[in-house]
Design a protein around this ligand. Structure first.
Ligand SMILES: [Cu+2]
Length: 167
């Protein structure tokens, strides 16, 4: 039984690897073959429902990240423009945030965790009111997209991830 399961896992992994399919299988390594045939990511627990002004605290609880708008909405593939507002924990806009980026670690970074690839570089424009425009957000493929954002301001740093399932 064990070897049969292994073959299924390896077949699933090969499929994801080489065809970059939009399978929602959560990488198959810990979850052998359970849903490797399912297309789409609607059932992925990480996927968030988009609404304007949706917000969340960063992992370090220093800054709040508010997705003021995504145009068009992140429900299908395409090129979006995001406006992201950075706030202190007490709710004041952060107007001098920087988004440290390196060639190996772009920031912001749209990323497909199931496929292990990113997309085109995203430019950040400071609108000087606590909001920052991310353009382009080239989310070209169906599946789960994670967008990693790291912010620095006043010697503090914080980060978050937004997840959207595009179909
Ligand atoms: Cu992909």
């Amino acid at each position: 039984m064990r070897s049969t399961a292994l073959v299924i896992v390896m077949a699933g992994a090969a499929l994801v690897c080489c065809a970059c399919s939009s399978s929602s299988s959560s990488s198959g390594t810990s979850n052998p073959g359970e849903d490797s045939g399912v297309i789409g990511c609607g059932g992925d627990q990480r996927a968030q429902a988009y609404s304007a002004d949706m917000g969340q605290m960063g992992t370090s609880k220093v800054f709040k990240f508010e997705l003021v708008s995504a145009t068009p909405q992140p429900v299908t593939t395409g090129t979006e423009v995001w406006v992201v507002k950075i706030l202190t924990a007490s709710g004041s806009p952060v107007t001098d945030a920087t988004f440290p980026s390196t060639p190996s670690t772009p920031n912001p970074r749209p990323w497909m965790p199931e496929h292990g690839h990113g997309t085109s570089l995203v430019s950040v424009t400071n609108n000087h009111d606590g909001t920052y425009t991310f353009d382009p957000m080239y989310l070209f493929m169906e599946g789960l997209w994670e967008t990693d954002i790291v912010v620095e301001s006043g010697g503090s740093t914080d980060s978050t991830k937004f997840y959207f399932c595009l179909q």
